[in-house]
Design a protein around this ligand. Sequence first.
Ligand SMILES: [Zn+2]
Length: 197
Amino acid sequence: MAHFCVNCGTELVPRMVDGREVEGCPRDSFILWHDPKVATAVVVESGDGVVLGRRAIEPGYGLWCLPGGFVNADEDPAAAAVRECLEEIRAEVELTALLGVFHIAKTEASSMVGIAYRGRLVAGSSPQAGDEMLEVGVFRVDGLPALAFPSHRAVLDEYVRFLAQLAAGAPRRGAVMAPRGTPPSRPQGKPRSRRTR
Ligand SMILES: [Zn+2]
């Protein structure tokens, strides 16, 4: 399918950049990058289980998933995770650890980078189904229902390993939460014609 420049509307043509064939504008510096999408998922602890929602939308209608979703362009991933918890399970959640970063390969679309957190309900907050959920439930990790996404299974497996390491008193590799609220590293401005991969 033909693609067109967002600056001038000219049809893009193949161009080699850093050894990759991409589509670029023949009249200006625009290049159509196919970046991975960034998404979050949160393992929200409640009692001796974790909170899952049963999906009221496709994909995965009727199956269960962790709260989470796509990160907006200007959003701190941790803030996006908290926002998605408010929207999907209508609960205020405090993130307590970074569980991991997951590559989710796609064949028909850009791949995804999944950022998974451990979280807990803020005191007085109890989960309820948001607009995209049929219901919410709390499940022990040894009794999980059918999940909508293999990546959420991988996150929950990592969560189980995380708990086992905590119980064994082992230090976690790389599980420090990134500092929050750091300003943009450069001002918003003209897009660069090239960037380092
Ligand atoms: Zn152009």
